[in-house]
Design a protein around this ligand. Structure first.
Ligand code: PNS
Length: 162
């Protein structure tokens, strides 16, 4: 059984993330999407909301499950009995940070390797940060996030403004 973990903040999940999930799911037997419950960053969505959004948008992929985790990614990988971390590379600007993370993770646990998938070109410029920025000015984010996520982003941003 080849199992991989795709860890991230997913605040919120974008079409770029979903593209990576769909493609990684064809490579491994089971893909666990790990949603970081991060105490340092202040996310727009709670970890439960992020997990629920991901469950919703991955419902059509039978070998994907979604779980929240805290602590080190490699420890979550071990807990899942997985052997790979999946990450998407959008552009060369991602490379330095991703290389550093992959090397750090491998130095913590030599049995955990990172598998990089290049993000589809049409999603290469999309990030959760850009989605929140555009939405905060009332811009159209329907090209950036799955349909079920669009209204949740506007709603949450409005809530936070009050
Ligand atoms: O979606 P993101 O924010 O780019 O994901 C970053 C993530 C969650 C993969 C990374 O911050 C992470 O693995 N955090 C958990 C703590 C950890 O394992 N750190 C060591 C790797 S540098």
């Amino acid at each position: 059984m080849k199992r991989a973990v795709y860890p991230g903040s997913f605040d919120p999940v974008t079409k770029g993330h979903l593209d990576i999930i769909e493609r990684a799911a064809t490579i491994v037997d089971e893909l666990v999407v790990g949603v970081l419950n991060n105490n340092v960053k202040t996310p727009l969505f709670s970890v439960e909301e992020r997990v629920n959004m991901l469950i919703d948008v991955t419902r059509h992929i039978p070998n994907v499950r979604v779980e929240a985790f805290s602590g080190l990614s490699v420890e979550f990988v071990k807990k899942c009995n997985a052997s790979f971390i999946v990450r998407g590379l959008r552009a060369v600007t991602d490379f330095e940070y991703e290389l550093q993370m992959a090397q750090t993770n491998r130095s913590i646990d030599r049995e955990v390797d990172t598998l990089f998938l290049t993000t589809a070109l049409n999603y290469a410029y999309i990030s959760s940060t850009i989605v929140k920025e555009v939405a905060s000015y009332g811009g159209d984010i329907s090209g950036f996030v799955p349909p079920s996520v669009v209204e949740q982003v506007y709603h949450k941003i409005e809530q936070k403004k009050q």
